[in-house]
Design a protein around this ligand. Structure first.
Ligand code: PMP
Length: 434
């Protein structure tokens, strides 16, 4: 069916969708951390449908829960009550600290961040939202104004009434060396810049500050140790609210904690959730405080699909699977193991410039050499990446120049899978050096 699909693609499918790989995969089925194409080739999926298949492809428990609900009731549009939304809101908020207790259900990460921005503006009666360089917060016209990773910059985005200030943190390399547990001097410099930006650009007009606890699309980029904590304080002193975009870092992926913000010792005013929340079922959420929610209460906020019975049942089954399968702990154990194994490749190969991340949110940055740290040319990275695919391992890409391999598999992956993936990566790197 391959040629037929390609033909339909050329004629009837949006040209802005970019396929991975020279010969894109034509997939047939998935089971947990594995995908199978139409030729019967099996792939270890280290990218999980862009960090979304959290508990595993077609996870039996989630699949059965969805099937049962499909036969009972799909959709009511929230103008009637159904138990699943109440039970899901209770279950989800039981996992969040006070005062994050009020849930809005939406359908995608972009929509969740749109709503978070809207809330911040209504609550503070201010307009400006600060995001960080290297951030990805969505593809809607509103959230594109917050997004600042290479490929996704669109000048027109700010034309949609979104006046955002992109705070220019010096990109990548210094952060990277700061992601360890050393005493981090660079933090002072960043905080000073952040303060400057607040004072000069938005002295009285800040509505909110949004950040991912670890930058996802940018390639698992981490901040200096106390950066977010200090930034939150500065924003709050000026009357802004703090938004944690947990679209990639939520639901146990970072291992040590269920939510990414916990690793920074902060409690946000608003959190946005998507991707892993539904294991691939399109759903998302915004969770905030009663206070902030009440500022929106006077304004009708409505979306047709958010919080459907089906979505809530799937969301609840995903939470059960994370708990019952011990997936947060697994992210920590297997993620740490993988970071250590990949670090050996960094020591062996000059082109592996950095291995970073937390839990099962890992970035491997490819460089020409460790001194200059220039990105490895695209053709060379592509070759290594294609080789990995041909040997049965699917890896994501990210970073400003697409120079970072992103490893964010379903959280059910095990150490044997890691051994296989690292061996494949090793072979691809060796071939590259020949
Ligand atoms: N926030 C983050 C951190 C993301 O990684 C993404 C998607 N890559 C989004 C928001 C937007 O989510 P969606 O594609 O579901 O709109």
């Amino acid at each position: 069916p391959y040629e037929r699909m390609q033909k339909i693609r050329e004629q009837n499918i949006s040209p802005s969708l970019r396929m991975y790989y020279k010969k894109p995969l034509l997939l047939h089925q998935g089971h947990m951390q594995w995908l199978v194409d139409y030729e019967g080739q099996r792939y270890l999926d280290l990218f999980a449908g862009i960090v979304t298949v959290s508990v595993g492809h077609c996870h039996p428990k989630v699949t059965v829960a969805a099937q049962k609900q499909l036969a009972r009731l799909w959709h009511t549009a929230n103008i009637y009550m159904h138990p699943s939304i109440h039970e899901y809101a209770e279950k989800l908020t039981s996992l969040l600290p006070d005062p994050l207790k009020v849930v809005y259900l939406t359908n995608s990460g972009s929509e969740a961040n749109d709503l978070a921005m809207f809330m911040a503006r209504l609550y503070t009666r201010n307009f400006d939202i600060i995001s960080l360089r290297g951030a990805y917060h969505g593809g809607s016209p509103y959230t594109l104004g917050l997004t600042s990773v290479g490929l996704y910059k669109h000048n027109v985005a700010n034309g949609f009434g979104c006046s955002t200030v992109r705070f220019l943190l010096i990109f990548l390399i210094i952060w990277v060396t700061c992601s360890c547990s050393c005493v981090c001097h660079a933090n002072d410099q960043y905080i000073e810049q952040f303060k400057d930006t607040l004072n000069t650009s938005v002295p009285k007009t800040i509505a909110g500050f949004i950040a991912e606890p670890i930058q996802g699309v940018n390639g698992a980029v981490q901040y200096p140790r106390s950066f977010l904590k200090e930034a939150y304080q500065l924003v709050r002193e000026r009357g802004g609210v703090c938004i944690s975009d947990e679209v990639q870092t939520g639901f146990g992926r970072t291992g040590s904690h269920f939510w990414g913000f916990e690793t920074h010792g902060v409690v946000p005013d608003i959190v946005t959730l998507a991707k892993g929340i539904g294991n691939g079922f399109p759903m998302a959420a915004v969770v905030t405080t009663k206070d902030i929610a009440s500022s929106l209460a006077q304004n009708l906020h409505f979306n047709t699909f958010g919080g459907s019975p089906l979505a809530c049942i799937v969301g609840a089954a995903v939470l059960d699977a994370i708990e019952e399968d011990g997936l947060q702990k697994n992210s920590e154990d297997v993620g740490t193991y993988m970071l250590l194994e990949l670090a050996k490749l960094r020591d062996e190969f000059e082109v592996v410039g950095d291995v970073r991340g937390k839990g099962l949110m890992i970035g491997v940055e490819m460089v020409t050499d460790k001194d200059s740290r220039h990105p490895l040319p695209a053709e060379e990275i592509n070759q290594i990446w294609e080789d990995c695919k041909d040997m049965g391992v699917l890896i994501g890409r990210g970073g400003l120049y697409s120079q970072t391999f992103r490893i964010k598999p379903p959280m059910c992956i095990n150490k044997k899978d890691v051994d296989f993936a690292v061996e494949v990566f090793h072979t691809a790197l060796q071939r590259h050096m020949e």
